[in-house]
Design a protein around this ligand. Structure first.
Ligand code: FDP
Length: 332
């Protein structure tokens, strides 16, 4: 059977299931185009001479890489042209980006994104990714302000990520399951390769930065301690550990073979609320993981139910295989 391109898949969904209007299909195609363009920029590696850090920091106080800024510009540039968005917000920009007046057309949606997640890995050639989330712009708002973006994750109309790994993949959900597409570089097209992705319910693999162990809260310490006791401990099984230090790669692994990914709040992060950003990382990835049958929690509540209080808000994140996330949260 012939492989289906990303556009053909979306049109089929529109025809057969009555989801997505024409505008939404075109909007998703623009997201795919932006990801292809970022994939090229990342794959050029040191050849482009842009692997270094800049002098400046982003709003999070992290040193920006040259590629953080380049990929941010690509994502805005490609996605603003057709006029579907009323505004955009990026992890790399202090304030929301205002779409130029001549490009504001239907402006039904808001786009939130992290253009290059895991970018501290980029100069060591480890997988990085782009994460995005699409919200509806509140009715009647032409020039959205921060408050218009502060919607709980449950209201997302679409989210996804592109993974720039040994192959480039685009994984999305519009609330009807999760599907994955692999970029054929010879053709320049994403093809459907992972239909209806499901996170296995059970796992014996956890991902956490163990170097923070002494600063974790008691529930996290106790949970990991029990996992490490292996077959002799209360869990009665041997666990394996993975830590790529690149959230997109971590979540993708979990979608393929299960696992639990955790970036809990610890005593060093207490003032910030956590490490990962609610609007650019936690919400879009939670939508994906839940749509694939997994769970995503802050430990105390479902992440997509958190009412955001700031655009760059950070939260603790525990996501992955359903039974393992439930087990972990029971330690709270
Ligand atoms: P990065 O800072 O490189 O962008 O988004 C934050 C993130 O990467 C995640 O992708 C990754 O899971 C995590 O930080 C890595 O944290 P550590 O540096 O603590 O390992």
């Amino acid at each position: 059977m012939e492989k289906q391109t990303f556009s053909q898949f979306l049109l089929d969904e529109q025809r057969l299931r009555g989801i997505h209007d024409d505008e939404f299909v075109l909007l998703l195609n623009d997201i795919a185009t932006a990801c292809k363009s970022i994939s090229r920029a990342v794959c050029k590696g040191a050849l482009n001479g842009v692997m270094g850090s800049l002098e400046c920091e982003n709003i999070q106080g992290e040193t920006q890489k040259q590629l953080d800024v380049i990929t941010n510009d690509i994502f805005i540039g490609v996605n603003q042209v057709a006029g579907y968005y009323a505004g955009m917000a990026s992890e790399e920009m202090d304030a929301p980006y205002e779409i130029p007046v001549n490009l504001r057309k239907s402006g039904k949606y808001l786009l939130l994104f992290d253009p290059l997640d895991g970018s501290s890995n980029v100069n060591v050639n480890i997988s990085v990714g782009t994460i995005f989330s699409i919200l509806r712009c509140p009715e009647g708002v032409e020039n959205p302000k921060i408050k218009d973006y502060l919607q709980a994750g449950i209201t997302q109309v679409c989210s996804g990520y592109a993974l720039y790994g040994s192959s480039t993949m685009l994984v999305i959900t519009t609330g009807f399951g999760v599907n994955g597409f692999t970029l054929d570089n010879d053709v320049g097209e994403f093809y459907l390769t992972h239909l209806n992705m499901r996170v296995p319910e059970d796992t014996h693999e956890f991902a956490i930065n163990m170097s923070n162990q002494k600063s974790w809260e008691a529930p996290v310490k106790n949970y990991i301690e029990d996992c490490l006791k292996g077959t002799d401990g209360p869990r009665g099984k041997q666990f394996n550990m993975r830590w790529v230090a690149s959230m997109v790669a971590e979540v993708h692994r979990i979608l393929i073979r299960g696992g639990i990914f955790m970036y809990p709040v610890d005593s060093k992060l207490k003032d910030k609320g956590g490490k990962l950003r609610l609007m650019y990382e936690a919400n879009p990835m939670s939508f994906i993981v839940e749509q694939a049958g997994g769970l995503s929690s802050s430990g105390r509540q479902r992440i997509v139910n958190i009412k955001p209080s700031a655009l760059h808000q950070r939260v603790p994140v525990i996501m992955g295989s359903k039974n393992e996330v439930e087990k972990m949260c029971s330690y709270y």
